[in-house]
Design a protein around this ligand. Structure first.
Ligand SMILES: Nc1ncnc2c1ncn2[C@@H]1O[C@H](COP(=O)(O)OP(=O)(O)OP(=O)(O)O)[C@@H](O)[C@H]1O
Ligand SMILES: [Mg+2]
Length: 360
């Protein structure tokens, strides 16, 4: 079964539908010399179309004997071949686990003989897992908010009654009791307010992410132990994005405070920024995404809570309330973004991902 080559004729120089495909597609001649590639392939293999076209596929993707054999089968037998779960090694981009479909093309004047489709399944898995997590978090948030409201109402009554009682009793020992009731009611109220999360919709304003990060750095630097350094590694080319600045400050502050607490007296917190291309956040593929990373070289997140840290009341610290991360996640999600986490002993990263093209 031969695929038609017609659409391949004007692949190269025109922006066309095939640049909108999320699947990476490459077209080669019989010697595996690249004739055309789409945008998704440029990103997946870390190459630019202008430089890649005309060169051999092997210059950009490691083609071992086995893989080369499959290419030859597809070409000589003129049969499409699907290779599943291949570990693929681009020479200029991270390795990935992918499915590869090789479709031979009919002989034609362009010389195009093979169509390659690459689907990075590990990235697909990330997206599926992430969707599942976001759904779970949304449900948990709804339950928590419901519960918080239920607690808040009687709490107000309880506090008011204790105040009345305090004005009636003259015995100082009894007044101590009413003071305790009022203080604890206030503490509970503050906790419930945090559980309820952000109470207003995000403001839409132009935000410079580096200004946000530097502001957080200033906020924490006042109470930083001497052996703890906050360094940065910024990509200055990141444009401004549209988001609620105060919400971002609060979210990043929660992440940096966690890093400070995890490190104790010694260590490094690194604030990093990068631009990611064609990145999917909560089911939406974005052309450009800003990644704000808070990385520390502390002990890592304890195994027993690692999968649950974005849920409320999950904490690994004796004095923790377990609300910092769920609040940070809600704040970032309100701005169409997402926080992801990777952690192992010696390296913990929290990535705040924010679309760069969100409109005001
Ligand atoms: N950078 C980090 N390194 C190691 N563990 C972390 C890190 N960030 C978070 N954690 C773990 O995740 C837990 C949950 O964090 P979260 O911010 O939600 O709550 P908390 O810090 O315990 O309390 P709160 O922020 O409400 O005061 C922490 O208690 C800690 O065990
Ligand atoms: Mg915290």
């Amino acid at each position: 079964m031969n695929a038609s080559v017609e659409p391949a004729l004007n692949y190269q120089n025109h922006y066309s539908w095939w640049d909108d495909l999320s699947t990476a597609v490459l077209v080669t001649d019989a010697q595996l010399r690249l004739i055309a590639i789409n945008s998704a392939a440029e990103i997946l293999l870390g190459l630019s179309r202008d430089r890649a076209v005309g060169g051999l596929l092997g210059q950009w993707l490691r083609v071992d004997r086995n893989l080369n054999q499959q290419f030859q089968y597809a070409l000589t037998l003129e049969q499409p071949i699907t290779l599943r779960g291949q570990k693929l090694h681009p020479r200029r981009a991270p390795a990935f686990l992918g499915d590869m479909v090789l479709s031979p093309l009919r002989e034609n004047p362009t010389g195009a003989r093979l169509l390659l489709e690459l689907i990075a399944i590990d990235r697909q898995q990330r997206i599926t897992q992430e969707d599942h997590l976001v759904q779970q978090q949304t449900i948990t948030r709804a339950v928590t908010r419901g519960l918080a409201h239920e607690i808040k109402n009687p709490l107000g009554g309880l506090r008011g009654a204790a105040q009345l009682l305090a004005s009636e009793v003259s015995d100082p020992a009894l007044r101590d009791y009413t003071r305790i009731i009022i203080r604890e009611a206030d503490r509970l109220r503050a906790l419930v307010d945090r559980m309820l999360g952000p109470s207003s919709l995000p403001k839409r304003e132009r935000v410079n992410v580096h200004e946000v990060l530097e502001h957080v750095r200033e906020l924490v630097s006042v109470q930083l132990p001497l052996g703890l350094r906050v360094t940065n590694d910024y990509d200055p080319s990141i444009p401004e994005l549209v988001a609620d600045r105060d919400m971002l400050v609060q979210a990043i502050l929660n992440l940096v405070q966690n890093a400070v607490q995890a490190l104790g007296d010694h260590g490094e917190i690194r604030l990093m920024t990068r631009v990611l291309r064609q990145y999917t956040i909560s089911g939406h593929r974005h052309r450009l995404v800003a990644r704000l990373r808070v990385r520390d070289n502390g002990p890592g997140i304890p195994d027993e809570i690692r999968e649950r840290i974005f849920f409320p009341m999950v904490t690994g610290r004796a004095a923790g309330t377990g609300l910092g991360l769920p609040i940070a996640q809600s704040l970032v999600q309100l701005n169409n973004g997402l926080i992801e986490c990777h952690s192992r002993p010696g390296c913990t990263s929290f990535d705040v991902l924010l679309p760069l093209e969100s409109s005001p």
